[in-house]
Design a protein around this ligand. Structure first.
Ligand code: GGG
Length: 349
């Protein structure tokens, strides 16, 4: 029997609740499909930081290396640890250490979910560059606390980094509706983003069957709202992708539905799967967080691990639950708990 070993990092806040709920769905689906999902749980979080001074142990990356995938909940608890410390102490180091350069975020309205727009069709795959760009962490501060203080945050775009994420985006477009929109702000950012446009043009020559368009990020934000039906695959830098995918999440019914996969398409290292949402301190511990984003992220993980039929079955079960509309968490106008939604998805499998 095939089997996979998954490192579970529930993290902070609702991360714990949605990971538990999603894991119950994933193991149920795996059991029905005839493969095993084993896990080891890592309590790396802001609480761990308070106890040890680190978001994860020094050998954390080496310990994760042995797994087939990492499944993460949420990172951040600003009342205890500054967000910049928690993000740079757990999430970003894993992405960088395993070179998980393609962050894919599917935005689609599940049946029964209306979202805030009147337009019906909403089915976009965002590919966000995930290891460099604006989140490189390069920079510094001098003269801190004085009127002469200076803060510098340097975006880093390498040919290797930009080319490979665009290439990945084009390959995704080939599997979908063969349209790719590349997002920059190359009128204002005349070095990095003009470079991105040039690389887009070069890579596009290898994909003559894919229609390419270029957008400035502000225009793309409007396009998401006004004509999303004209979009298929959208490729953007780390920051622009991060922002646009929260907009995508809102349009698909909220962050409770926004799933993501941090992929190293070359393999040989664990890729990481996580809902887009954060730890949501306002509702943490109440048992009402929407687990759909985490369940969907789990489905992306199973697809990546070579179980596409099982992944599709989970998506179909989720959609049965949303279409029926009886078991929904409060963010969707319902009264169900996180666990009840997971149980409904399992029943619908
Ligand atoms: N579910 C992962 C999480 O906690 N995300 C919060 C966040 O701020 N992420 C930033 C990012 O994805 O770069």
């Amino acid at each position: 029997m095939a089997g996979y070993r998954i490192a579970l990092i529930p993290g902070d806040g609702v991360g714990v609740e949605v990971v538990d709920a999603a894991w119950s769905v994933l193991t149920a689906a795996a059991g029905r499909a005839g493969f095993a999902l084993d896990h080891e749980r890592f309590a790396w979080s802001c609480r761990h930081y308070l106890d040890t001074g680190r978001m994860m142990p020094q050998d954390g990356i080496d310990r994760l290396r042995a797994f087939d995938a990492v499944f993460l909940g949420a990172v951040g608890w600003p009342a205890l640890v500054p967000d910049a410390v928690s993000l740079h102490g757990l999430l970003l180091p894993i992405r960088k250490a395993f070179d998980l350069y393609a962050n894919i975020r599917p935005h689609r309205l599940l049946r029964g979910v209306t979202g805030p727009l009147r337009a019906g069709a909403f089915d976009i795959l965002c590919v966000r560059e995930n290891t460099e760009g604006e989140y490189s962490g390069a920079g510094g501060r001098v003269h801190q606390g004085t009127p002469d203080e200076v803060a510098v945050e340097t975006s880093i775009f390498t040919r290797r980094g930009v080319e490979r994420v665009l290439r990945f985006g084009f390959e995704q477009a080939r599997r979908r509706r063969r349209r790719l929109a590349s997002v920059t702000k190359s009128n204002a950012q005349k070095h990095s983003m003009v470079f991105w446009d040039e690389v887009t043009e070069q890579v596009a020559r290898d994909f003559p069957d894919v229609e390419v368009t270029r957008f400035h990020v502000d225009a793309m934000a409007a396009k998401f709202v006004l004509r999303p039906d004209e979009l298929d695959v959208v490729v953007a830098s780390n920051l622009f992708g991060d922002i646009l995918t929260d907009l995508g999440a809102a349009i698909q019914g909220g962050l409770g539905f926004a799933a993501s996969a941090n992929l190293n398409p070359a393999g040989g290292v664990p890729s990481m799967f996580e809902p887009v949402h954060g730890s949501a301190p306002d509702i943490a511990g109440k048992g009402i967080a929407n687990p759909m984003a985490a369940i969907w992220s789990g489905a992306l993980m199973l697809e990546h691990l070579g179980q596409p039929a099982c992944a599709a079955g989970i998506l179909a079960a989720m959609e049965r639950v949303t279409a029926e509309g009886r078991t929904l968490t409060p963010d969707q106008g319902g009264t169900a708990t996180t666990g009840e939604v997971a149980a409904a998805v399992i029943a619908a499998l």
